[in-house]
Design a protein around this ligand. Structure first.
Ligand SMILES: [Zn+2]
Ligand SMILES: [Zn+2]
Length: 139
């Protein structure tokens, strides 16, 4: 995760204006470990930033993703989920409530890239599907 000063420098280098709102989106995401959706980030931020719009949250996440400081996480739900941890790591995904937890395991990092026709593999992330603790109890 990056310090506000690093984010500022990155935006400046890419000539993208960094507003208070955009920085707030990144800071909120960095402080959370639940891989929130844009809607969820918007819901947490709109009290402190009444003029913030959902469209701005989406656009900011898109920009941060293009700059390589935010990752998108595949999820069984329709909404994209976001992650401020961009180094290789893996996820456990609850198939009922969509909760996503981080998994750090060097054995998974070390999986060799298979040959895939027409693909130049640039990285990988392993997803394990199952039930989170809460959904296991409710079953
Ligand atoms: Zn669950
Ligand atoms: Zn993650």
């Amino acid at each position: 995760m990056m310090e506000p000063a690093e984010i500022r420098a990155l935006f400046k280098a890419k000539k993208v204006p960094l507003t208070h709102q955009r920085l707030a989106v990144y800071e909120e995401l960095s402080g959370r470990h639940d891989h929130p959706s844009a809607e969820s980030l918007y819901a947490s931020l709109k009290k402190a930033y009444p003029s913030l719009s959902l469209a701005t949250v989406y656009k900011t996440l898109q920009t941060l993703h293009e700059l390589g400081v935010v990752a998108r996480v595949d999820s069984p739900a329709a909404q994209a989920r976001y992650d401020a941890i961009v180094k290789t790591h893996h996820h456990a995904v609850c198939t009922v409530c969509g909760k996503i937890a981080d998994l750090f395991d060097p054995r998974l990092d070390a999986i060799p890239a298979p040959k895939a026709a027409g693909f130049k593999i640039s990285g990988h992330s392993v997803h394990f599907h199952g039930l989170c603790q809460k959904c296991t109890k409710e079953k």
